[in-house]
Ligand binder design. Structure first.
Ligand SMILES: *[C@@H]1O[C@H](CO)[C@@H](O)[C@H](O)[C@H]1NC(C)=O
Ligand SMILES: *[C@@H]1O[C@H](CO)[C@@H](O)[C@H](O)[C@H]1NC(C)=O
Ligand SMILES: *[C@@H]1O[C@H](CO)[C@@H](O)[C@H](O)[C@H]1NC(C)=O
Ligand SMILES: *[C@@H]1O[C@H](CO)[C@@H](O)[C@H](O)[C@H]1NC(C)=O
Ligand SMILES: *[C@@H]1O[C@H](CO)[C@@H](O)[C@H](O)[C@H]1NC(C)=O
Ligand SMILES: *[C@@H]1O[C@H](CO)[C@@H](O)[C@H](O)[C@H]1NC(C)=O
Ligand SMILES: [Zn+2]
Length: 646
């Protein structure tokens, strides 16, 4: 053992010490880069390194070996960074509550946010019934009127699903489907009691168990009727008039008009999925017990509201200090754009111009390099397909902070006009849902080119979006846009004054990964404008492409399209910035350590393999890694056969 120790230490110092002295201190896009920022960061990276692990056997174990000792089991760099942003919001709102003279009180958006935050903080015992009290009465007792009313709040998960959804990079459409098959809800005693008290003037309700059974029976019937006759793509475009002709049993113009809050013209185009199933459902529902249908709708609406991500009512018993954090998390979901506006204005704007310069330059350089790759045409693709793919890479956009771009002066004043904040949390929450969904309806009707340009320049997240999507950079395929959240554009991932190994080690790899999602095994099917074109049908007929996919597609991979982006994104970054063998020898170790940090403590999720597996797999695919760490043949990070992709 002691001999092994000495050996490891020797090896480590022999590897590490001289290299860090030769670090390339060029400042690629600025006059000067502050050395202390870089040196402090390098020191931090070195502290995560476990020198007892051989980087050639397990690079994640080497680069992240001390991560848990320093940061604990639960956290990754991305989650810590997200927490930091939440803390900044908390401090901001707490200050504004205390300091009534702060200038933000006279700016757009902030007063509403502060009122909302306050109303959220003072909630104690959940009073779900208040949601129902605030709901306007539907204009008739017909089940579809209530569905349309609830649809205005973005709830549409049962009976017939009517929603506005994004169709391509510049269009939303109304989509009508049979109800959601996935009955992911619970009829609880709590909800039952709320209904009973709310409806006490409308006669005696069934007992809890009996009602539960009635609901179950209803669901089973709906489930049966909603099943498509044949498993196929039955999505078709109808005009409103055409739909009314096909299914005359309900008044569509009235229903859609109610839900969208505007008149829908007879020639308006709608997307309809499984029209025969919708017809069957409607015929059944028109004959069913109206009272039961109403109870079921209200019960599910309440369930929906409580299950929205970070609804503070779910955590109403926590202490006042953690309430701040609960409320901030909730508001970042419910008031997405307003909250981003506040972050931009209070924090990020100081940094934006320096960041934009660096990040967009790196983005353009990676794009240019990938265009070269396509021009080389290693797969031997036909010219038409190649042209379409080149248009795709040309069309990929970038949005740091996910804010609308080039907005006119009064944009946020106008935005605020249609957003009401009222007396209590329940009212505020419902208004926020109305506001978001009215916006979607407006988007769907939008014809003005300039207005569209603004609203399609970012991805306006809805209140239902789960955390694992918006917590890290991602590629939004329908808009062909890379979203970089505020949580990413800070240390430890990025600083505009980073030296090349640190700057490219994460930023170029991350942008490369997201950019190549446009060419991964799923999203390659969409064109630059987000229209589905099924390009992979043709690609998979190409034997070289097919062989590349098969090579990566082993049974252990969680999702193939993450793996393809991992390896082709890392390759792109390396080809762009670490091509020179001398530069690689001097800076490669640091470059790979900076890259590794993103994966330290990453647990993986339904889309991603665990961090250690992703990192080791991606780097083992790169012969350059072996060179930097002098790995011998047969070591784990130096497999005898490698896969290639783009
Ligand atoms: C988006 O989809 C609509 C409806 O299919 C289509 O008319 C329009 O041309 C598409 N937009 C672009 C930019 O391709
Ligand atoms: C429904 O309740 C059961 C038992 O309380 C629980 O195990 C389950 O996770 C709940 N389902 C949902 C979707 O909340
Ligand atoms: C639908 O209802 C509207 C009133 O909301 C009415 O004007 C229209 O005639 C009705 N259409 C049909 C087809 O019944
Ligand atoms: C593509 O790979 C699959 C194996 O996954 C194989 O069955 C198919 O024949 C291949 N197609 C071509 C064109 O090489
Ligand atoms: C990857 O492999 C799975 C089975 O292992 C197969 O179902 C899937 O179609 C493959 N994907 C591609 C893009 O070839
Ligand atoms: C240092 O990095 C810059 C920017 O990436 C690069 O242009 C330059 O060639 C590097 N210098 C050396 C000595 O490798
Ligand atoms: Zn990804």
């Amino acid at each position: 053992m002691p001999r092994l120790w000495a050996f490891c230490l020797l090896l480590a110092s022999a590897r590490a010490m001289p290299r860090s002295l030769q670090v390339n201190r060029t400042c690629p896009y600025q006059e000067e880069c502050d050395a202390s920022i870089n040196l402090r960061h390098i020191e931090k990276l070195e502290r995560y390194v476990n020198i007892e692990v051989d980087p050639c056997e397990d690079f994640h174990g080497y680069a992240c070996g001390n991560w848990n000792n320093i940061h604990g089991q639960q956290d990754s760099a991305m989650s810590l960074s997200g927490d930091h942003i939440n803390q900044q919001y908390e401090n901001l709102f707490e200050n504004l509550l205390r300091d009534r003279a702060a200038e933000e009180h006279g700016m757009p958006i902030y007063p509403n946010l502060v009122k909302y935050y306050h109303s959220c903080k003072v909630v104690n015992k959940p009073r779900l019934r208040r949601y129902l009290e605030l709901l306007p009465a539907p204009t008739s007792s017909h089940w579809l009127d209530l569905v349309a009313l609830l649809g205005r709040y973005g709830y549409h998960e049962h009976y017939v699903k009517i929603e506005v959804s994004q169709h391509n990079a510049s269009q939303h459409m109304i989509l009508i489907q049979p109800h959601n098959y996935n009955l992911n809800w619970n009829f609880t005693m709590h909800i039952y009691k709320v209904l009973r008290r709310h409806l006490q003037n409308e006669g005696q309700l069934l007992h809890f168990q009996d009602m539960k059974e009635k609901f179950l029976e209803l669901e089973q019937n709906l489930l049966r009727l909603a099943k498509p006759a044949v498993e196929a793509d039955n999505l078709k475009v109808y005009t409103l008039e055409g739909l009314q002709r096909e299914i005359p049993e309900v008044n569509w113009s009235r229903t859609l008009g109610k839900q969208m809050g505007r008149i829908i013209h007879q020639d308006h185009q709608l997307l309809i999925d499984e029209l025969p199933a919708i017809r069957n459902l409607i015929n059944y529902l028109n004959e069913a017990d109206g009272n039961l249908l109403k109870l079921y709708s209200l019960a599910r609406f309440l369930n929906y509201l409580t299950q929205l991500p970070h609804n503070p009512l779910e955590k109403s018993e926590v202490s006042s200090s953690s309430r701040s954090s609960v409320c901030v998390r909730h508001m970042r979901k419910a008031l997405y754009l307003a909250m981003n506006y506040a972050y931009e204005t209070s924090f990020y704007h100081k940094q934006r111009s320096a960041d934009d310069l660096v990040i967009h330059r790196v983005f353009e350089e990676l794009k240019a390099e990938f265009t070269n790759t396509l021009n080389r045409n290693d797969f031997g693709l036909n010219p038409t397909l190649l042209t379409a793919l080149k248009a795709k890479i040309e069309g990929v956009r970038l949005n740091v902070g996910n804010m609308p771009r080039n907005v006119p002066k009064d944009f946020y004043l106008d935005f605020e006009q249609s957003w009401l904040v009222g007396r209590d949390f329940y009212e505020n929450h419902l208004h926020s849902l109305l506001h978001f969904n009215a916006h979607l309806s407006h988007l769907e009707s939008m014809r003005n080119g300039l207005e569209k340009h603004i609203w399609y320049s970012f991805n306006y997240h809805g209140p239902e979006l789960m955390d694992n999507i918006d917590a890290t950079p991602y590629f939004y395929c329908l808009s062909s846009i890379i979203i970089i959240p505020y949580a990413y554009v800070q240390l430890p991932f990025y600083h505009y004054q980073f030296w090349p190994a640190l700057l490219y080690g994460d930023l170029a790899n991350t942008l490369g990964h997201e950019m190549l999602h446009a060419f991964d095994t799923y999203f390659v099917d969409y064109d630059a404008q987000g229209n589905m074109r099924d390009y992979s049908d043709e690609l998979l007929l190409n034997p070289l492409y097919n062989a590349s996919v098969n090579c990566l597609n082993d049974s252990s991979v969680e999702s193939l399209n993450e793996r393809t982006s991992d390896i082709s994104g890392s390759r792109l970054a390396l080809q762009t910035y670490m091509k020179d063998p001398q530069e690689r020898l001097a800076n490669g170790r640091l470059y790979f350590l900076q890259f590794a940090q993103f994966f330290c403590g990453e647990k993986g999720d339904i889309f991603h393999d665990v961090g250690s597996k992703r990192l080791n797999y991606a780097l083992a695919q790169m012969p350059e890694f072996v060179e930097v760490f002098h790995c011998g043949p047969g070591q784990a990070m130096n497999p005898t056969e490698r896969c290639s992709f783009w």
